[in-house]
Design a protein around this ligand. Structure first.
Ligand code: HEM
Length: 520
């Protein structure tokens, strides 16, 4: 070291040290301030690696309800490495779904979602241009007011077919499995809107799609550890990859056949060689194929996009509708006075000489209230699930980017803080002039979710389902079968057990089997 260097080196050491210490202290202060500002919602201690996944039992909304009862209306959890926020009050639901709507307008990713949606999901898509494009087409061409009207003959025909099956069973005094029949009805309606009634639609094919749709719904409703724990990514824990692949291959084969047949028909039609003379009223598949063939379309659609979309709609519409019809009839069977009040209303408004129609529904406020009360007690999708796209402060808490949000709408609509005697089936609460509604503006009851990511099938469902229920009440009485699964004797009367089955959607645990008795 030179003298010159030494001269400067000696006094410079404490300066460097001092500077370093100052930086350290300032950083600690900033970090402490930041972490004070980044307040996390309360929640239980998590386990290493898996976080709180072990606390989520098979009936997810009930597990969430227990956590909320313990930690309050906003709870922080961690699924593996993914932060989770669980919400269970109407005010917080409004904060997240309305005040911070755009931030929470995406959904979770998973291995199953990626594969089953050909990596191009719609219902699980991030909020962005593709989602907006498809949302626009589907709300205009499939689920808009005009389209709902255009598809009315399909719904009328299918409901009459369904009633005919019930009448045959009534004539034989034979039991009917309504769980299966509701599923068929819901599938028959949505499949004709989506892919039309085609000559090759054999019974076997319809059966196969229904089975696949149920399996996909089940898969989407489960939490797989490999989706959340980084070191397990890519590892096939529980054979999920294999299960998803099996479903994917079966579904892809079926859809490929349906689309190829349709393309053949379209080619024949465009050459003027279609011998069916069929009116070319377009279903959703035709509309999507038009977009795929259109070079100037705003967004390029591929065959895989179309397959993914059809599966999304089958999954979103079939199980939900079937489950709602089943719970509604089950509630009425367990409440004969309410059933009779509904029947009286139909007899007054519609009479006894024709079958109730969708256009009668606005004149059946009590029946509509029955349906809304049913959706309050038995929302088929009990938890609204979203994902945040940036860090945000809500109710004074910092919610990290990429957090999963679960709004336990099942828990909210059964909470005595927000509802009077919430476990009672009491349709009259939906008859009050300034009372609640189910359309997503009233955060005490959110069966269809809320906002732009809310259910696009709501208008269709709220026309179709009350009408089906009304027709069942109008045309038949429903007798329970003693000794069948889920039927118990209570105070000398047969009653249905209302236990739920676990999953993304919440069907009854027992199939609904009844004997229809024709009213006339
Ligand atoms: C009573 C019957 C139904 C109920 C209770 C229901 C409920 C829901 C709920 C809770 C969501 C999530 C909403 C959110 O995140 O805010 C949803 C999404 C969705 N529903 Fe429904 N649904 C029903 C019927 C239908 C029908 C009939 C269709 C189609 C014909 C449909 C299509 C969809 C689609 C495509 C999505 C995803 C929308 C998106 O992510 O942008 N749903 N539904």
């Amino acid at each position: 070291m030179t003298a010159c260097n030494a001269m400067f080196a000696v006094p410079s050491l404490p300066v460097v040290t001092l500077t370093a210490i100052s930086i350290l202290v300032i950083s600690i202060i900033i970090l402490r301030n930041k972490s004070h500002r980044r307040r996390r919602p309360p929640g239980p201690w998590g386990l290493p690696l898996i976080g709180h996944l072990h606390l989520i039992g098979p009936v997810v909304h009930r597990a969430f309800q227990s956590l909320s009862a313990r930690y309050g209306p906003i709870v922080h959890l961690r699924f593996g490495s993914v932060p989770v926020v669980l919400v269970s009050s109407p005010d917080l639901a409004r904060e997240f779904l309305k005040s911070h709507e755009i931030t929470f307008s995406s959904r979770k990713h998973s291995l199953a979602i990626a594969r089953l949606s050909y990596n191009s999901p719609f219902a699980f898509a991030p909020y962005g241009p593709y989602w907006k494009f498809i949302k626009r087409i589907s709300t205009v061409d499939l689920l808009g007011t005009r389209s709902i009207g255009k598809f009315l003959p399909i719904r009328r025909r299918e409901v009459h077919r369904f009633l005919k099956v019930m009448k045959e069973r009534a004539d034989e005094a034979a039991p009917v499995n309504l769980t299966e029949e509701f599923l068929k009805l819901a599938y028959n309606i949505i499949s004709q809107m989506m892919i039309g009634a085609r000559p090759s639609d054999t019974q076997g094919q319809a059966e196969e799609v229904r089975t696949l749709v149920r399996e996909v719904t089940k898969i989407h409703g489960q939490f797989f550890i490999s989706d959340y724990v980084n070191i397990l990514k890519g590892v096939d824990v529980n054979g999920i990859k294999e299960r998803v692949e099996r479903v994917f291959q079966r579904y892809d084969g079926l859809l490929e056949k349906i689309i190829s047949e349709r393309e053949g028909e379209r080619r024949r039609r465009s050459c003027g060689a279609d011998e069916t003379g069929e009116d070319a009223a377009k279903d959703f598949l035709d509309i999507l194929l038009d977009v795929m063939d259109d070079e100037h379309a705003e967004m390029k659609l591929t065959r895989n996009h179309i397959k993914a979309l059809i599966l999304d709609y089958f999954t979103a519409a079939t199980d939900t509708s079937a489950i709602v019809m089943e719970w509604a009839l089950a509630e009425l069977i367990n409440s004969p006075t309410i059933m009779q009040a509904g029947r009286d209303e139909i007899d007054r408004a519609v009479g006894k000489h024709r079958i109730v129609e969708e256009t009668d529904v606005p004149n059946l406020p009590y029946l509509l209230a029955v349906m809304k009360e049913n959706l309050r007690l038995h929302p088929p999708i009990p938890v609204v699930a979203r994902r945040s796209t940036k860090e945000v402060t809500v109710a004074g808490y910092t919610i990290q980017e990429g957090s999963l949000l679960f709004v336990n709408n099942w828990g909210i609509s059964r909470n005595p803080e927000y509802w009077d005697r919430p476990l009672e089936f009491r349709p009259s609460r939906f008859l009050e002039a300034d009372g609640p509604d189910v359309k997503g503006q009233h955060f005490h009851v959110l069966p269809f979710g809320s906002g732009r990511r809310g259910c696009p099938g709501m208008s269709l469902a709220m026309m179709e389902l009350p009408m089906v229920l009304a027709a069942m009440v109008q045309c038949f009485e429903w007798k329970l079968v003693a000794g069948s699964s889920g039927v118990n004797m209570v105070d000398g009367k047969l009653r249905l057990d209302m236990t739920e089955q676990p999953g993304l959607t919440v069907p009854r645990a027992h199939e609904l089997v009844c004997v229809p008795v024709a009213r006339r």
